[in-house]
Ligand binder design. Structure first.
Ligand code: HEC
Ligand code: HEC
Ligand code: HEC
Ligand code: HEC
Length: 295
């Protein structure tokens, strides 16, 4: 190989290395942004938020457990004790004359978020602590808390992240979408057009049946259900039949009486802060609000 050829090969190699490094850098930073480990919801010793517990390097354990989870509300493998719904004062008790959807007892994923965000329960209180034989521990005591936004592991009083138990000053949760389902009779699976909802000021509602469960969402872009859509949550059975428009049948395989509700995770995805404050979509131009409200 002559010198020019060698130089040429070296230059190409350096070029492709640079591309590889650039690609790694790009994916590396995307990964760091998109993953929960780089968010305030990493509460373990590797956490990047203000609040940190040095007793474990695990991340999921503060919210999920593979075994022995709380099943008192429909949240996946929940590792924290959930408060009783009547612990909370709901938004509807404010008495605005414009609210027309019915309010459910605080439940579903909202109850799970509030198990930390109401500020009443320390975040190292978990059902199944990390490690062998610790099932049933009330508090995982194997470490200490650090960070200015907590007091003994509870989210600090007076902070905006401490939602408290009075939800009158928070966007309604456990609230029917669109003021309730279309009036009269059964509706078919698939989208419910905006005008068909009881409250005409709301965007169309999408529906699908997954494994026999009704899932609902408000589309924000690409057709089909994505994490960047506004997720709605199903309340069923006794819970839903008491609501206006509650006695409805989802034809084409859905659950009888199933209803779509707005909960904390309608707007937030707790696993990624690709948008600030864990929002499902960026809120420029109030895009989050306008995803549901026609204003
Ligand atoms: C701060 C609390 C919190 C932490 C920490 C957390 N999750 Fe979650 N996770 C939730 C909540 C709340 C839900 C329910 C969200 C919903 O209903 O939309 C959920 C849902 C899920 C789901 C089902 C829905 C989905 O988005 O796919 C999976 C899987 C999951 N979590 C895995 C994990 C894993 C793995 C970790 C650790 C790397 C983790 N979570 C850490 C709160 C958390
Ligand atoms: C996931 C859908 C959804 C998103 C996103 C959403 N809302 Fe709402 N909002 C609702 C529903 C449902 C109600 C209850 C309406 C009713 O029953 O009258 C509501 C009610 C309200 C009310 C009226 C409460 C009353 O007393 O009449 C206001 C104000 C409001 N939202 C503002 C906002 C703002 C501001 C944003 C963005 C930060 C936002 N909403 C995002 C679904 C949503
Ligand atoms: C295991 C406890 C825990 C649970 C469960 C939890 N969070 Fe958090 N969350 C925190 C802590 C701690 C912070 C940081 C508070 C601070 O520094 O003021 C936080 C911060 C946030 C923030 C602000 C992020 C920012 O960048 O300012 C949002 C939004 C949020 N959480 C939403 C939720 C939602 C929605 C749920 C349920 C889907 C949830 N959280 C469940 C502990 C929790
Ligand atoms: C209708 C949409 C919507 C619902 C429902 C909702 N949030 Fe939020 N939340 C937002 C938006 C938008 C922001 C960003 C506000 C801002 O930029 O100040 C936010 C901010 C937050 C913050 C950070 C506050 C701050 O200013 O740092 C926390 C914590 C939080 N939400 C928790 C919750 C919890 C817990 C629930 C359920 C009880 C909930 N959210 C329900 C839209 C919502």
């Amino acid at each position: 190989m002559n010198r020019t050829l060698l130089k040429d090969v070296m230059a190409r190699l350096a070029g492709s290395m640079a591309i590889v490094l650039l690609a790694m850098g790009v994916f590396g930073s995307q990964h760091a942004l998109a993953g929960i480990s780089a968010t305030k919801h990493n509460l373990g010793s590797t956490g990047t938020g203000v609040n940190k517990f040095d007793g474990t390097g695990e991340i999921c354990v503060f919210c999920h457990t593979p075994h022995g989870a709380d099943t008192s509300a429909a949240v996946p493998l929940w590792n924290r004790v959930l408060a009783l719904p009547n612990t909370y004062t709901t938004y509807n008790s404010l008495g605005t004359s414009s609210l027309d959807g019915a309010t459910a007892p605080v439940g579903s994923v909202s109850l799970a978020c509030l198990s930390c965000h109401d500020g009443t329960q320390a975040m190292n209180v978990m059902i199944n602590a990390p490690g062998s034989g610790l099932t049933g521990d009330a508090t995982f005591t194997g470490g200490t808390w650090a960070g200015a936004n907590q007091t003994l592991g509870k989210i600090g009083a007076g902070l905006i992240t401490n939602i408290g138990t009075d939800l009158k000053n928070d966007h309604p949760v456990g609230i029917q979408y669109g003021g309730g389902m279309p009036a009269g009779g059964a509706y078919t699976a698939g989208a419910i057009a905006a005008g068909a909802l009881k409250d005409a000021d709301f965007k169309a509602l999408d529906h699908a049946t997954l494994n026999g469960n009704s899932v609902w969402w408000v589309d924000t872009g690409t057709a089909g259900r994505q994490k960047t859509d506004m997720a709605l949550y199903t309340r069923t059975g006794a819970d839903s039949v008491t609501y206006p428009g509650g006695v409805r049948t989802v034809t084409a395989g859905g659950l009888a009486g199933a209803q779509a509700f707005v909960e904390c995770a309608s707007c937030h995805d707790p696993h990624t802060d690709v948008n600030p404050t864990f929002l499902r979509i960026a809120n420029a131009g109030s895009a989050v609000c306008l995803a549901c409200h026609i204003k």
